[in-house]
Design a protein around this ligand. Structure first.
Ligand code: FMN
Length: 372
């Protein structure tokens, strides 16, 4: 939601631009091109016919990733794929311990695994601290509704319908002993998340590194094919149009983020939860968490449910550790989870009120190398 004052200010500025100027700016800024162009091509080519190993990567690149940084690299051989994090795409002070990077790699691994099974390339996965090796055997193709959901899964940041959600099935998708799922008292989780959002905004380094992934300019977005876009913000079509036409300042962006987190995303969540691990610094447990998140979100997609990661608390926890700050959020989050576990990823769930839109992606060819 955007405040009435900002809406009126925006409409006033558009009037000042004049009808002709506004139309040209709207065309330049992609108002009439939502979801099209080179930055969205990966969504149309995710499952082509043929036996090329690269086709597995086409499904993998549609996975979720923190700030849509897509921090993954694939080395392809005829019978194996090496998946490693692309350290050059880390989020700076927003992810100082690479937790979100390694979870994101796990998300890509889950899509890759589903695609391999679908194509009869039984994947044998070896997780290591620096990535994963996927050995590709041969057997009967095994498709699943989760595979079919890959191109339909999008992070939904809009209001949800607060109808209760049957959450039992989600816990069944957690398939390793190192990871578990907890549901929170919504009021407590929401208060802490709003406080963490305010703390990120007040932290110059975190706020800068967060904003650097916002792609407000259509040409930048089409060139970079990554980052957070206005179309994926969950705002109404009118606000998205205005957001594209008018230049967005860092302050306005922060205000809108805080408002929508508090008044829309948390306020309308049917439930909020976290994925927990035993060792929050173990890259393997983080990748396992990513696989489980991707699977949960794909399953939710098959059920017509909406989901959104909400990780401001974890981002503050890592910031406190890396910058040697008082463990304010670290202690508050530990009080919300069972002893001996640590939250590495949080989210909300609910029935959607609007369809979420796709985010940009770099194509499989841009993130893959041949290992020969
Ligand atoms: C580790 C991780 C952390 C994330 N944290 C957030 C978050 O705090 N808030 C949010 O709105 N989205 C978050 N996301 C969602 C990503 O921004 C999203 O996956 C990315 O922009 C691509 O969009 P898509 O999921 O619609 O394909 C997170 C995703 C991952 C994998």
């Amino acid at each position: 939601m955007i405040s009435r004052r900002k809406l009126l200010l925006g409409l006033g500025s558009m009037a000042a631009l004049g009808v002709g100027g506004t139309t040209w700016r709207a065309i330049d800024q992609g108002v009439f091109s939502t979801g099209s162009g080179a930055a969205y091509a990966a969504w149309d080519e995710w499952n082509p016919p043929g036996d090329d190993v690269l086709h597995l990567v086409r499904a993998a690149v549609l996975a979720a990733s923190a700030h849509n940084a897509q921090p993954w690299l694939f080395r392809l051989g005829p019978d194996r794929i090496e998946l490693t994090p692309d350290l050059s795409r880390n989020l700076g002070a927003m992810d100082p311990l690479n937790r979100e990077m390694q979870i994101s790699v796990g998300c890509a691994l889950e899509n890759l695994t589903l695609a391999a099974r679908h194509r009869g390339r039984t994947p044998e996965i070896r997780l290591r601290p620096d990535g994963a090796t996927i050995l590709l055997g041969r057997s009967t193709p095994e498709t699943s509704p989760l595979f079919e959901a890959i191109p339909h899964r999008h992070t939904n940041r809009a209001a949800y319908d607060t109808r209760p959600v049957e959450t039992q099935k989600l816990a069944e998708l957690v398939d390793v002993p190192e990871v578990s799922l907890v549901w929170h008292d919504k009021a407590k989780f929401s208060d802490l998340t709003v406080r963490a959002t305010e703390a990120i905004i007040a932290d110059a380094d975190q706020s800068r590194d967060d904003f650097s992934w916002y792609r407000g300019d259509w040409d930048d977005l089409q060139a970079a094919k990554d980052g957070i876009t206005i179309d994926a913000s969950g705002q109404s079509q009118m606000i998205r149009t205005m957001g594209k036409i008018l230049p967005t300042s860092h302050d306005l962006n922060n205000d809108t983020w805080l408002e929508s987190t508090r008044d829309t995303q948390l306020a309308t969540a049917a439930a909020v939860g976290s994925l927990l691990v035993r060792d929050p610094f173990d890259p393997v447990q983080r990748m396992q968490t990513g696989r489980i998140w991707q699977r949960m979100h794909l399953w939710a997609t098959t059920q017509g449910l909406a989901m959104q990661p909400i990780n401001q608390i974890e981002e503050r926890v890592d910031r406190e550790r890396s910058a040697n700050l008082k463990p304010d959020f670290t202690d508050a989050m530990s009080a919300l989870v069972p002893a001996g576990t640590h939250a590495v990823f949080s989210f909300r769930i609910g029935y959607p009120t609007t369809t979420a839109l796709a985010s940009p992606r770099r194509r499989a060819e841009e993130v893959s190398r041949s290992s020969s």
